[in-house]
Design a protein around this ligand. Sequence first.
Ligand SMILES: Nc1nc2c(ncn2[C@@H]2O[C@H](COP(=O)(O)OP(=O)(O)O)[C@@H](O)[C@H]2O)c(=O)[nH]1
Ligand SMILES: [Mg+2]
Length: 280
Amino acid sequence: MRYAQLVMGPAGSGKSTYCSNLVKHAEDSRKVINVVNIDPAAEYFDYEPLADIRELIHVDDAMEDEDMKFGPNGGLVFCMEYLLENSDWLKEQLGEDVDDDYILFDCPGQIELYTHMQTIRQLTDLLKNWNFNICAVFLVDAQFMVDGPKFLSGTMAALSVMVNLELPHVNILTKMDLLSKSARSKLDNYLDPDPQYLLTDIEACHSKWGRNHHRLSEAIGRIIEDFSLVRFIPLDLRDDENVADVLMTIDNILQYGEDADVKTKDFEYPDENDREDSFS
Ligand SMILES: Nc1nc2c(ncn2[C@@H]2O[C@H](COP(=O)(O)OP(=O)(O)O)[C@@H](O)[C@H]2O)c(=O)[nH]1
Ligand SMILES: [Mg+2]
């Protein structure tokens, strides 16, 4: 069996940083995790990719083509379709089917690829055929989740991805190191979802939406709570234990290292003094 995390999320949510940190974390515990970049518009990442879509096609190739004249979004979709048409290339880059192979796929930041388009779904079908167990990992920048309306909208985005891809799925709040203490404690109240708390907060924002759609917001909050539909795991990359917990959660879902003991642990914010200065 091979194992894959499909690392998705909006542009700038921290996908490439997450991948490179996981690689380093694995190295420290003498494991090998590889990363495949499938973002044809990637400008920077600091891991050594096992494969890089830009060697097959770069978004600029699609945009500079005189006949096609794509913009950035059309160009990206074209590149993803091109990747699927050239799946032999990807298969070759992924190499032999080695047991316990662990690969992160660093995906592009266009959210429509995950919420309603079929290309990523087709890619996951290919990976399944190539003997991969897959976990979808959806990253959201924690800074965009610290008030009621934003939390609700981030939750709905995550839910769209879950419904569209139909894969085992984990949602992660990235960049926890950037939140103030008060923002963190506010976020804590949402993480154990209480629709009433969320609703009070939405109303407190005095938005027209909050006033006009009180019952709709309440109903959405309640459905999410009642069906345990969407959960978010906070991630502070400076905290090794937090990274290990997130990885263990995903590994359990992937059934990776089945022999290892299953250990669950509530997230605890790291002590200020235990932190290193940098998250990377
Ligand atoms: N402080 C902080 N910055 C981060 C973190 N993760 C990513 N970033 C920064 O956010 C920006 C976008 O990150 P990147 O990984 O390229 O996002 P991507 O577009 O989703 O691949 C970069 O400037 C990163 O240095 C984090 O956990 N903490
Ligand atoms: Mg990236």
